[in-house]
Design a protein around this ligand. Structure first.
Ligand SMILES: Nc1nc2c(ncn2[C@@H]2O[C@H](COP(=O)(O)OP(=O)(O)OP(=O)(O)O)[C@@H](O)[C@H]2O)c(=O)[nH]1
Length: 339
């Protein structure tokens, strides 16, 4: 049998939506800005599986110079624990932000969250140490902010879950009430505030939109799940084409893969016809649960090269980026009308 050759590029980014900036994202961001004077420290959450793509530049713009630490969440899903791949990835991730403390957190690991508590105990204090310290946790939708706060609270003060969490973005829609995570004898306790996940107004690169959707930052209905599986398949094949061998031999073809998957998992509609969308969502969920390999979607070497030598297009502000998108869209419509 001919040797399987995975695709080296993803062939079609076509009509992928580039935005998911909802009303509560806009409102949440402006509320965060208005509260800045009462915030002493920021915890910025990013998704370990898309460490570069899940950076929201709007936080840099909005939160200014407040001291912060970065937490890469869902560590358990991005690499095999204690592996050399994990160490290599994490060294590269640290290099992306050499001036900020960086942590990696898996919600199932007490030591991971313990390190963050230890750091906050020493570093996150209000200027006047007699009053409490307020820490704001920010990040993209569904990145794991509320989960992290629940674990910080459990590790820091031994209390049970305080915030609601869930598998879809948008569970937290308003800035929450302060949750105590560190107690001090002086009474100057440390409190954290949960915030709604905020997406960006426009994602210039369609591939980044696919990565964010796979990680769950975008509601599953926004992008066709079959397109998402096709993109995921491209990554799985580059990583380990045997990962889905329970259902299919290695393939670059998404429809036959989904057909086999649907038949074997019983995801069939009327007349035994495969339910492709249902199968696609189920397949994505398996990846999100770590059952189809643990790897990251970003190319960290390319990201580092871009940081060292930025492309002028990437330096556009959000307003400029929105303008570019509007102009491009208008040109496309004009071309379609005149052809
Ligand atoms: N495997 C794994 N899952 C995690 C981890 N952290 C969070 N999750 C899951 O990710 C999903 C989203 O977590 P949340 O804490 O609700 O995310 P959020 O950032 O508060 O989401 P928004 O409400 O959209 O702002 C939930 O299903 C969590 O169980 C982690 O470290 N590992």
């Amino acid at each position: 049998m001919a040797q399987f050759v995975p695709r080296q590029t993803f062939p079609h980014y076509g009509a992928i939506p580039r935005s998911y900036f909802l009303g509560h994202h806009r409102a949440g961001l402006s509320k965060m800005k208005s509260m800045l004077s009462s915030i002493d420290y920021v915890v910025e959450c990013r998704d370990y599986r898309a460490p570069v793509t899940s950076i929201n530049p709007m936080f840099e713009e909005a939160l200014g110079k407040i001291r912060r630490l970065i937490v890469y969440t869902k560590r358990d899903l991005g690499a095999i624990p204690q592996s050399s791949a994990q160490r290599l990835i994490e060294d590269k991730m640290r290099n992306l932000d050499p001036n900020s403390p960086v942590f990696f957190n898996s919600s199932s690991s007490r030591p991971d969250v313990g390190k963050i508590i230890k750091h906050l105990r020493h570093e996150a204090q209000a200027p006047d140490k007699l009053v409490g310290c307020r820490v704001m946790v920010v990040g993209m939708p569904n990145v794991g902010k509320s989960t992290l706060i629940n674990h910080l609270r459990n590790s820091g003060v031994g209390k049970a879950k305080a915030l609601r969490t869930g598998g879809q973005p948008g569970i937290t829609r308003k800035i929450g009430t302060p949750v105590k995570i560190i107690e001090r004898e002086s009474g100057a306790h440390t409190y954290v505030l949960d915030t709604p996940g905020v997406f960006m107004p426009y994602v210039a690169d369609a591939e980044n939109m696919l990565k964010l959707a796979l990680c769950g930052c975008v509601k599953d209905a926004v992008i066709s799940p079959v397109t998402l599986v096709d993109y995921l398949l491209y990554h799985i094949n580059l990583h380990d084409a045997q990962a889905y061998q329970r259902w299919s031999e290695p393939t670059n073809e998404v429809w036959p893969l989904l057909e086999k998957f649907a038949r074997q998992t019983g995801l069939l509609g009327k007349g035994g016809v495969p339910n492709y969308d249902g199968a696609a969502i189920s397949f994505i969920q398996k990846w999100r649960a770590g059952e189809l390999g643990r790897f990251i979607l970003d190319d960290l070497d390319a990201a580092q090269r871009r940081r060292d030598d930025p492309d002028p297009v990437e330096r556009l502000s959000m307003t400029q980026a929105l303008k570019v998108e509007r102009t491009t869209r208008k040109q496309k419509i004009d071309e379609e009308i005149s052809s």
